[in-house]
Design a protein. Structure first.
Length: 215
């Protein structure tokens, strides 16, 4: 409800900004600069509002169905294609992808967030990201690895807190909710999401999906 009210106010403010833009011939350069700054601030607020909405939805009861990962993962990569091309990244996906019981939308959201983070926080150009899937005793283990600088040991749990952004992560735009959303999705499915602290280079995020989610 709060997000809905916030988005309504942002929409109204954006409409006023557009009215000012149409009056730009009569504005001074300084006034035009202020309008641009307000527009950028509103855009950041809209991104944060959208992330807050996703965070709320991530904790909802999953609508379980059979999800073929060999169909879902390509869809996620297609969404990320502009970012992949921009960074000239290589994304390597396990060739053996199973069918799991999950909420397709929530699982896609989790994978998109983890893969986009791995690309954004890896090398500026030419980084390699891997998505591995393996069978474990009670379900499935999925791991997304990158070639970035990694995460200091003292921050490996903090990064999952809502609105938490580490100093080194601020080079990229974001709301600080991405990993918090991913963890909520994992927990809603009866699984876990953690950072593999044994990784010596880069970062590896491990998501588990238990067979219990087969319902």
């Amino acid at each position: 409800m709060v997000v809905h009210d916030l988005e309504s106010s942002l929409l109204a403010a954006s409409a006023h900004i557009e009215m000012l833009r149409r009056a730009e011939p009569g504005l001074s350069q300084d006034q035009k600069d202020h309008v641009d700054r307000i527009a950028r601030s509103l855009a950041r607020m809209r991104r944060l509002s959208a992330a807050a909405r996703e965070y709320a939805r991530a904790g909802s009861e999953p609508q379980l169905e059979s999800v073929a990962l060999d169909g879902l993962v390509p869809e996620v990569l297609e969404t990320l294609a502009p970012l992949i091309d921009e960074r000239q990244a290589e994304v390597v996906v396990d060739p053996e992808l199973p069918v799991v019981r999950a909420d397709r939308t929530q699982l896609g959201q989790l994978l998109e967030n983890l893969l986009s983070n791995a690309i954004k926080y890896g090398p500026r150009l030419g980084g390699r990201v891997t998505l591995g899937v393996s069978r474990v005793r009670d379900g499935w283990r999925m791991a997304v690895s990158d070639q970035g600088p990694g995460v200091p040991a003292e921050d490996q749990e903090r990064i999952f807190e809502a609105f938490r952004r580490l100093p080194g992560s601020r080079r990229e735009p974001g709301s600080g909710l991405g990993l918090a959303i991913c963890r909520r999705v994992a927990q809603a499915h009866g699984g876990t999401l953690r950072l593999d602290g044994r990784t010596r280079r880069g970062a590896t995020f491990v998501f588990t999906l238990p067979d219990l989610a087969r319902g």
